[in-house]
Design a protein around this ligand. Structure first.
Ligand code: FES
Length: 235
């Protein structure tokens, strides 16, 4: 007989070694996430996947599933925690959704809608960050980076290149490029790299396709991320 735990009262089967996120996604149950991508080792940095187990809040993408757990994934209290985390992500960077070509197909924006976030709430940091348009095929807007390290992991673990890394600590943490100039155009990065297709925000975007899909026809315009998921966001 397979082992199970309860997620919002629903029995979720799991295999030994799976996380709560792994088992939930396999069962077709959505748990909000940004730094998680099943193709890469869990990172546990964004905290958006927070769930409650007996009064303890844990990250579903790193917490092991175990028999008999009762997991709260959708109470107002847990959604409130997620909203606060998302609000902090929004004010830490410069996210101007109406002007961003990823709007409507952005996981950060879609998860914010999913949790009912209507405003940033906290004071904006307005950090001074740059845009790197040195590469012929891809642009990086550091204003939109949420430090999920998906591009770091994809470049290292899939592409075998290590184009990206995180430098600094705490508020000083930022994404850096491994090239003599620090510019993407001087790195070994290619538009066909996996790392070019994993960003959950509009930080890494292909050139020459801006605003290709009209408003109303973008990925999350008609259905929420809890239904659509995030796979097609990377296409
Ligand atoms: Fe779990 Fe980011 S998705 S911490």
């Amino acid at each position: 007989m397979s082992k199970t735990f309860k997620l919002d009262g629903r029995e979720i089967p799991f295999e030994t070694g799976q996380t709560i996120m792994d088992a939930a996604l396999a069962a077709g149950v959505y748990i909000p996430h940004l730094c998680h991508n099943p193709e890469f080792a869990p990172h546990g940095s964004c905290r958006v996947c927070v769930v409650d187990i007996g009064g303890r809040q844990v990250s579903a993408c790193t917490a092991a599933a175990s028999e008999g757990l009762e997991v709260d994934n959708s109470s107002e209290a847990i959604q409130e925690t997620r909203r606060a985390i998302l609000q902090m992500l929004f004010v830490e960077g410069n996210h101007v959704c109406p002007a961003c070509e990823k709007s409507g197909a952005c996981q950060l924006q879609a998860v914010a809608y999913y949790t009912g976030m209507l405003a940033p709430h906290f004071t904006h940091f307005f950090p001074r960050r740059s845009v790197d348009a040195s590469h012929p095929d891809v642009v990086i807007d550091f204003n939109r980076c949420i430090l999920c390290e998906l591009c770091v992991r994809a470049s290292r673990d899939h592409d075998g290149k290590r184009v990206f890394a995180i430098s600094g600590r705490g508020l000083e943490s930022h994404l850096v490029i491994d090239s003599h100039s620090g510019l993407l155009g001087d790195s070994s990065f290619a538009a066909t790299d996996k790392a070019a297709h994993v960003c959950p925000t509009g930080a890494i975007l292909p050139k020459g396709r801006g605003y290709e899909t009209p408003i109303g026809e973008r990925l999350y315009d008609r259905e929420p991320i809890s239904i659509v998921g995030d796979v097609r966001a990377h296409e």
